[in-house]
Design a protein around this ligand. Structure first.
Ligand code: C2E
Ligand code: MG
Ligand code: MG
Length: 780
């Protein structure tokens, strides 16, 4: 800009102050002046100014002549004046004409430059709305090949629907002399929709009449699309925030105030975001008191360590409902590692928590009784041990439940167990932790009483509860239980020791007559061996831990083998070889002896079949049968089956029954004996002479054989009375048609005496020890 223009502009500014439109007008006027001053007038301007000069000169001469008359001045002078006036007029006209022309040219150039410089789509519209002119850039925006393509096009025709209404209204306004603007979509020449922000400005002539309309449209397509995307995103976010049970937040670094919290807060906390901004502690006051310490500790840790953290806690909402929430906070750090803020989310995890609780409940509940199960008990014991406070553990086992289960049937037994669970609960203090371990076993943890006297009272209360409720089995017998009690820490520091010592004590209680209780301790521990053995029987049967030894029975003179007695052995995996005297009485109590008895019978007869096959056709076999076996009818069926299965003549099998076995249930024993005899099986009375009324049995059971107990045999040599008794028994037996076997013959002298007193057969270490069957018998 020339310096003179700048100075003029400054003066104009000074004169007109800050008024923008005046400034623009003045600036343009100055610019055009400055610009047009430097423009030549051109040949047309020259011709007009020459003609004007000639005209002015001639007019001047004529005027002189008219005013002063022909003699007033010499003509030459008049010519000279006329010429001068003409010349001046010519110069003046020429200059004015040149200035006008230059100004027009400058205006056109300036307008063109503005048009070309504009990044808008600028159109000049006639009063009908046809495009008279569009700038180059506008044509490009409209994707036209050149401005010419759009010349004469109907501008309003580009707008559709509501946009057309808006365009028409704006155009009318401009026609009426008022600038207007609107936003809308119109398609380009290639059919591409574009968003425009259009301004319509009326163009007025010097009389103020609107002669045209300028329309400047800004292409706001990308901006609008961006806005639309942002709006869509924001709507989506708002929807999500409002609907999901999730809150996003930005917290100050010290958890003092919120920068931002999403609308989800009303969902999760029932508190609007505004309230959080006003009162940042509002949510902390909602946290249930028990969960506050852990939550605050985690918040403090996040601040102290500048690392992310998470807390799960419960809140009580205004409506009283309790919800589980999980908050995760992530510290945002600056370059120096300072915490700027803590951003994070809080979600409602109540459903998840309820599922976990339900799974936990299922995993730790006994489905039959609804009590805690074994896993829950173990967990509870572990946690109580960890707490280090003394507590009592009661191990409760129903008496004779195996029998109950068998006789009642499972449904009734289940019902009974549920009733028992209820009785246990009601009989004990409210804080007693009652669990069912399985079957008829229950366990109770008692924290409120830990001294023996107190626990004894509790045990009595439980047993009393059972007897008061008079729960009965199918036979009408009342249900009783045996209880073993251990105390933490006296009897163990963990569940293994506590449970097993209570278990042993319970077993001891059973041994001492059932329906009672026993504390863990030495006395109870003594029975643990028996207890374990009893439990191991099913496994022993499955894994062949039992086997048979045979001891031969001989004819006393020739010492020919008459038969062999099968004697069971148990090779226990931990305890080694166990003798039948130690485990048979145990099996008797539990009923396992029946299963084991069948096993013995089978194996003894299979062995005899093998010996017979090898040629020992006269050999017999003796099998010991216990009281319990004799008490059921099963024995007869099993003997019958086994004899048939192995093809043994019944007379080759002798069943040995002890006097004690016969004593226990003489009626049932007699019944079984009669039926066994009917099968053709021989019956022997074992250990004869050790019972109280031995001779009675001879009459009642009419056995085929008597086995004089080794106690007599051992004394026969040195004790004449014993010798007399033995001799008398043999004589009596023979009179009744009963044969006699002497057991426990260890010395030749004993054998001699037995031969003399006509003992039929002898058995003892002198002749053979019990041993494996292989090679024991050689056919005669
Ligand atoms: P038992 O039927 O009177 O068997 C004889 C016992 O005396 C056997 O002891 C045998 O080893 C032992 N014996 C044999 N000869 C002599 C001897 O000369 N001197 C001494 N001191 N002892 C001798 P074991 O095998 O320990 O059996 C003990 C008891 O266990 C048997 O007494 C029997 O009542 C019972 N028993 C053995 N096997 C079975 C079985 O399979 N079922 C049942 N229910 N009871 C069995
Ligand atoms: Mg025997
Ligand atoms: Mg015996």
């Amino acid at each position: 800009m020339p310096t003179s223009l700048t100075l003029k502009w400054r003066r104009a500014l000074h004169r007109h102050g800050e008024d923008g439109s005046h400034q623009d007008q003045h600036f343009l006027a100055l610019l055009l002046d400055a610009w047009s001053n430097r423009r030549p007038a051109g040949p047309f301007g020259f011709t007009v100014s020459v003609a004007t000069g000639i005209g002015a000169g001639a007019a001047s001469i004529a005027l002189q002549m008219a005013l002063r008359g022909p003699a007033s001045a010499p003509f030459s002078l008049q010519i000279a004046v006329g010429a001068t006036v003409g010349a001046i007029a010519m110069i003046a006209t020429r200059q004015r004409f040149a200035a006008q022309k230059a100004r027009q040219a400058a205006t056109t150039a300036l307008a063109s430059s503005f048009l070309d410089a504009s990044r808008d789509c600028v159109k000049l519209l006639d009063l009908q709305g046809h495009m008279l002119r569009i700038n180059d850039y506008g044509a490009t925006l409209m994707e036209a090949t050149s401005p010419v393509q759009l010349a004469g096009a109907d501008w309003l025709g580009f707008w559709k629907g509501d946009d057309n209404d808006a365009a028409t209204a704006a155009f009318r306004s401009a026609l009426n002399g008022t600038p207007a603007s609107f936003r809308g979509v119109c398609t380009t020449t290639t059919g591409q929709p574009k968003w425009w922000d259009s301004q319509l400005i009326p163009v007025k002539d010097h009389a103020g009449k609107v002669v045209a309309v300028v329309c400047a449209s800004l292409d706001i397509t990308s901006q609008t699309q961006l806005l639309q995307q942002l709006r869509a995103k924001s709507e989506l976010m708002s929807e999500m925030e409002a609907h999901v049970k999730l809150v996003f937040f930005s917290y100050s670094a010290n958890f003092e105030y919120f920068h931002y919290i999403t609308a989800g807060s009303s969902n999760v906390f029932g508190v609007e975001p505004d309230e959080f901004m006003r009162n940042p502690h509002v949510w902390r006051d909602m946290v249930v008191p028990e969960d506050r310490a852990a939550l605050h500790a985690e918040m403090a840790r996040i601040m102290a360590e500048s690392s992310e953290g998470r807390a799960q806690y419960r809140i009580r909402k205004a409506d009283g409902s309790v919800r589980w929430l999980r908050s995760t906070g992530y510290p945002v750090l600056d370059d120096k590692g300072n915490v700027l803020r803590i951003v994070g989310i809080t979600e409602d995890v109540t459903i998840e928590q309820e599922r976990v609780a339900e799974l936990d409940r299922l995993a730790y509940t006994d489905s039959l009784t609804g009590l805690a199960n074994r896993a829950a008990l173990l967990r509870e014991i572990a946690s109580r041990c960890a707490a280090g406070q003394p507590f009592g553990l009661m191990f409760v086992d129903l008496d004779r439940f195996k029998v109950l289960n068998d006789t009642l049937g499972h449904l009734a037994a289940d019902h009974l167990l549920r009733n028992v669970a209820g009785v246990i609960r009601r009989s004990l203090p409210g804080d007693a932790y009652v669990a069912r371990l399985g079957g008829d076993e229950f366990a109770v943890l008692i924290r409120s009483v830990v001294d023996k006297a107190g626990l004894e009272t509790q045990a009595k209360a439980l047993l009393g509860g059972l007897s008061e409720n008079r729960l009965q089995d199918s036979a009408g017998a009342f249900i009783t239980a045996s209880i073993g009690i251990s105390i933490y820490p006296e009897h163990g520091s963990g569940h293994d020791a506590l449970l097993s010592s209570a278990d042993v004590a319970m077993y001891a209680a059973k041994k001492t007559g059932r329906n009672g209780y026993q504390f863990a301790g030495e006395e109870a521990a003594r029975t643990i061996g028996d207890f374990e053995l009893e439990r191991d029987v099913p496994e022993a049967l499955k894994t062949n831990q039992f086997f048979l030894h045979f001891q031969t029975i001989h004819e006393p003179h020739s010492l020919a083998v008459h038969s062999a007695e099968a004697l069971i052995r148990w090779q226990h995996p931990r305890r080694g070889r166990i003798s039948p005297g130690d485990f048979i009485p145990l099996l008797e109590e539990t009923g396992f002896v029946e299963d084991v008895g069948v096993w013995v019978l089978d194996n003894a007869l299979r062995q005899l079949a093998a010996w017979r096959q090898a040629g020992s056709m006269n050999l017999g076999v003796s099998v010991n049968v216990s009281a319990r076996q004799l008490g059921s009818e099963q024995i007869v069926r099993e003997v019958d089956r086994a004899l048939k299965q192995y093809g043994i003549p019944p007379g080759k099998l002798e069943i040995e029954l002890t006097e004690t076995a016969l004593m226990k249930n003489p009626k049932q024993a007699q019944k079984s004996i009669v039926e066994l005899k009917r099968l053709g099986v021989r019956i022997a009375i074992d250990d004869f002479g050790t019972g109280y009324s031995s001779l009675m049995y001879l009459a009642d059971f009419e056995p085929h054989t008597l086995k004089i107990d080794q106690h007599f045999t051992s004394k026969i040599e040195h004790d004449p009375t014993t010798q007399t008794i033995v001799e008398g028994v043999i004589g009596l037996a023979h009179k009744l048609g009963i044969q006699v076997i002497a057991e426990g013959v260890e010395e030749a002298a004993q054998l001699e005496i037995l031969r003399r007193v006509n003992c039929d057969y002898v058995q003892g270490f002198l002749l053979s020890r019990p041993q494996p069957p292989e090679g024991l018998i050689t056919p005669a």
